[in-house]
Design a binder for this molecule. Structure first.
Ligand code: ATP
Ligand code: MG
Length: 284
């Protein structure tokens, strides 16, 4: 009995998907150029697929779970439920128009030809805003469509925006914020569910660890109280006496978001010799 997971065969989600499994302690056998492989140390079978096909495979139960972008998941509109957002593959689906053109809100799209690989999502967006426009579905290099006269505007994935810029386009509407998600088939049996729970537990521990840092610092004893009040810690910070009388070592865990702010405050409060180390797993 194995859990079957579908991940992208190659492309933007491939590396991070394999890396995530690896950080969960799941090593894949002979990944190169394979359509299918197994894990050595977890009952997991891995299918490598085009990302477009993943929602269908998971809906049909050919794969039990999958890793895919929300953009693809919603576009395909399949019955696969999100189990966990994974924090990589971040991008947005946006409408972009030639930079020379004026934009006065969504009404400016009325009657326009929109090139996109996301006809379902674009249609939904147009309908919601009561705009009539013509959708031209193309499967790749959408951003060149206005330049070659195939369309007036595009709806495409954007991350940094540099591709739009290079093609003389500007972003005017965001239809969707997207990241990679773990999705599941809706009819897993008890045993599959148990394996999925085990995997999700590991994924959450890895994500937590990646978002946190372990911090060690030294402080004179009379500053320790103030320093502790700045630190969250998992339960509370650890305080240990140093060999040098009157000094202590304080250990704690800080989240990435508040990290730099708190470091500043710790220094101001008298902390010295601050060490920050990555955490590999975090089980709480
Ligand atoms: P496949 O051959 O599997 O169909 P693809 O060419 O459709 O691959 P990629 O370009 O590899 O897809 O992108 C896969 C996913 O990565 C996208 O669906 C999206 O969720 C995410 N992504 C993140 N940033 C970007 C970006 N700037 N452009 C495109 N996709 C991005
Ligand atoms: Mg694709």
């Amino acid at each position: 009995m194995k859990l079957r997971i579908a991940i992208q065969k190659s492309g933007r989600l491939y590396e991070d998907s394999v890396q995530l499994l690896k950080e969960c302690g799941i090593a894949l056998r002979n990944v190169k150029d394979r359509l299918k492989t197994e894990a050595d140390n977890f009952p997991l079978e891995v299918f490598f697929l085009r990302d477009d096909d993943i929602p269908q495979y998971v809906e049909d139960g050919v794969a039990d779970i999958g890793i895919v972008g929300e953009n693809v998941l919603y576009e395909k509109n399949k019955k696969a439920a999100i189990v966990e957002k994974l924090g990589f593959g971040k991008c947005r689906l946006s409408v972009a128009i030639p930079r020379s053109q004026q934009y006065e809100g969504i009404r400016s799209l009325e009657g326009k030809r929109i090139a996109t690989s996301y006809p379902f999502l674009v249609n939904e967006f147009l309908a919601k805003n009561n705009v009539q426009a013509e959708i031209h579905e193309i499967s790749g290099s959408v951003e060149i469509a206005p330049g070659i006269g195939l369309a007036d505007v595009v709806a495409d994935l954007v991350s940094s925006g540099s591709t739009l810029l290079m093609n003389g386009l500007k972003e005017v509407e965001v239809l969707l914020q997207s990241q990679a998600v773990l999705v599941r088939n809706n009819n897993l049996d008890a045993e599959q569910q148990k394996l999925l729970d085990k995997l999700v537990f590991r994924i959450r521990s890895v994500k937590k660890a990646n978002n946190n840092k372990y911090i060690l610092l030294n402080a004179p004893n009379d500053k320790v109280q103030e320093i502790i009040s700045l630190l969250p810690g998992m339960k509370s910070p650890t305080v240990l006496p140093l060999a040098e009388a009157g000094w202590s070592s304080v250990h704690s865990v800080l989240s990435e978001d508040t990290f730099w702010d708190i470091i500043e405050q710790l220094k101001a409060a008298g902390a010295q010799g601050i060490l920050v180390v990555p955490i590999e797993k975090m089980i709480i």
